[in-house]
Write a protein that binds this ligand. Structure first.
Ligand code: FA5
Length: 351
C-alpha cells in the first residue's frame, strides 16, 4: 500500500511537469483534466481512498494518514500549478496582443461622392441660394408630359431631336427634365421657382453624349418675368460655379416649349475667352438651353398668361462637370474606374 502511495505521488509529479513542458495556452484546462484523473470522482487517488476499506484494520490508521497526506499534497500542488498556469497564460496573451505604438497607422480607405453627385450638389446649393426649391420628378413619363404638354405634338419635327427610349407607345424614359415643369405647374400656383434634377435618357452615344445622363432644370413663373431676369440669374450662377470673371452670352435657338429660346454660352473657363483647344478657339463654351416659357405651355397648365410669364433653363450636369474638371470624355463618368473617381475626393490617408 505504501509503495502504491509513493508511486502515485511520483506519477502526479511527472504528469504535472509534462503538462507544463507542453507550454500551450490551454494549460489550465489540461491541468484541470489531469486533476480529475487523480482527484475526480473516479480518479486514481479517490479510488485509493475508497480501497482503504480493504486494508487490514490494524494498518488502516497509518495507511489512511499517508493517503490523506497524499490527497492534501496533490490538492496543494494542483492549486499552486493552477496559479502558475494562469500567470503563464496571461504572459502568452500579453505577448500575442502586444501593441507596437510606434508602428505607422493603418488608414481606413474612405469612399467618396461621385463627381456627378458633387456637381449636382453644388448646383443645388447655388440655386437654392437664389431661392429655388427642389422638385423631385419621375424618370418614367407619359408621352403627354415629355412631349405634348411641352408643345411637342405627335407629328412635330422636334421629336426627331430626341431619340427617345419608349417602354410602350405611351410610356417612356424621360428625355429631358423639362417634363418636370408640367407636373410643377399642374400642382402649384405662381409664383413658382423650382429646380428639378436627375437622370434623363436618349439614344445617343459618343465622347460627349451618353444614353443616360443628368440634367437640371430651372423654372420661374411670376408676374413681370423677362429674359433679363434669366440673363441676370445665369450670370450670377456662372460666376459662382466657375469664377467671378466668367461671362455668359445668349444666342438665339429653338425649343418648342420656350419662345424666344436661347443657347447660353460661358466665356471659356480655361483660357478666359482668349481661345484654346477646349473652346475650339472661340473663347466660348455652350452650357445650357433656356428661354421664356412658351405661352402655349403655360396655358396647357392653366396659368393665366395675361398675368404671368416665366423662364426655364436646362443644363447637362455631365457637361458642367466636364468643363469644370477638364474631362475630355463623358464615358469616364460611367466606367467606375476607381483611379478616375478617386481624384474628386481627396480623402486623407487614401492609398
Ligand atoms: C434640353 O434638353 C432642354 N430641355 C433644355 C431646356 C430647358 C431648354 C428649359 C429651354 C428651357 P438640350 O437637348 O440642348 O436641351 O439638352 C440640354 C443639355 O443636356 C445640353 O446642353 C447638354 O449639355 C446635355 N445633353 C444633351 N444630350 C446629352 C447626352 N446625350 N449626353 C450628355 N449630355 C447631354
Amino acid at each position: 500500500m505504501q509503495k502504491k502511495i509513493a508511486t502515485l505521488k511520483e506519477e502526479i509529479q511527472i504528469e504535472v511537469q509534462k503538462v507544463f513542458l507542453q507550454e500551450n495556452e490551454n494549460l489550465r484546462q489540461k491541468l484541470f483534466e489531469l486533476k480529475m484523473q487523480f482527484l475526480g470522482k473516479t480518479g486514481k487517488l479517490t479510488d485509493l481512498l475508497k480501497s482503504m476499506k480493504d486494508v487490514a484494520p490494524e494498518l488502516r490508521p497509518e495507511m489512511g494518514k499517508y493517503v490523506n497526506e497524499l490527497r492534501d499534497y496533490a490538492e496543494k500542488l494542483f492549486a499552486e500549478k493552477e496559479r502558475l498556469a494562469r500567470e503563464k497564460e496571461m504572459a502568452l496573451r500579453y505577448e500575442r496582443e502586444k501593441i507596437d505604438i510606434t508602428a505607422p497607422a493603418i488608414f481606413q480607405k474612405k469612399g467618396g461622392l461621385h463627381p456627378i453627385t458633387l456637381i449636382q450638389n453644388e448646383l443645388i446649393a447655388i440655386f437654392t441660394g437664389f431661392g429655388f426649391t427642389v422638385f423631385d420628378s419621375t424618370e418614367f413619363e407619359t408621352d403627354y408630359y415629355n412631349f405634348q404638354a411641352l408643345n411637342i405634338p405627335e407629328d412635330h419635327p422636334s421629336r426627331d431631336m430626341q431619340d427617345t427610349f419608349f417602354i410602350h407607345k405611351n410610356l417612356l424614359l424621360r428625355s429631358q427634365t423639362s417634363a418636370g415643369q408640367v407636373h410643377v405647374m399642374e400642382q402649384q400656383l405662381p409664383p413658382i421657382k423650382i429646380l428639378t434634377t436627375g437622370r434623363v435618357y436618349r439614344s445617343d452615344s459618343d465622347a460627349t453624349h451618353s444614353p443616360m445622363f443628368h440634367q437640371m432644370e430651372g423654372l420661374v413663373v411670376d408676374k413681370n418675368i423677362t429674359l433679363c431676369d434669366l440673363k441676370g440669374l445665369l450670370d450670377a450662377f456662372a460666376k459662382r460655379m466657375f469664377d467671378c470673371n466668367t461671362k455668359t452670352r445668349l444666342r438665339p435657338s429653338y425649343f418648342p416649349f420656350t419662345e424666344p429660346s436661347v443657347e447660353v454660352d460661358l466665356s471659356c473657363v480655361h483660357c478666359h475667352g482668349k481661345g484654346c483647344k477646349i473652346c475650339k478657339n472661340t473663347g466660348w463654351i455652350e452650357i445650357l438651353g433656356a428661354g421664356m416659357v412658351n405661352e402655349r405651355v403655360l396655358q396647357t397648365c392653366k396659368i393665366d398668361t395675361a398675368k404671368y410669364s416665366g423662364f426655364a433653363f436646362g443644363l447637362g450636369i455631365e457637361r458642367i462637370a466636364m468643363i469644370k474638371y477638364g474631362i475630355p470624355d463623358i464615358r469616364l463618368f460611367f466606367e467606375n474606374d476607381i483611379r478616375f473617381l478617386k481624384q474628386f475626393n481627396s480623402a486623407k490617408g487614401e492609398k
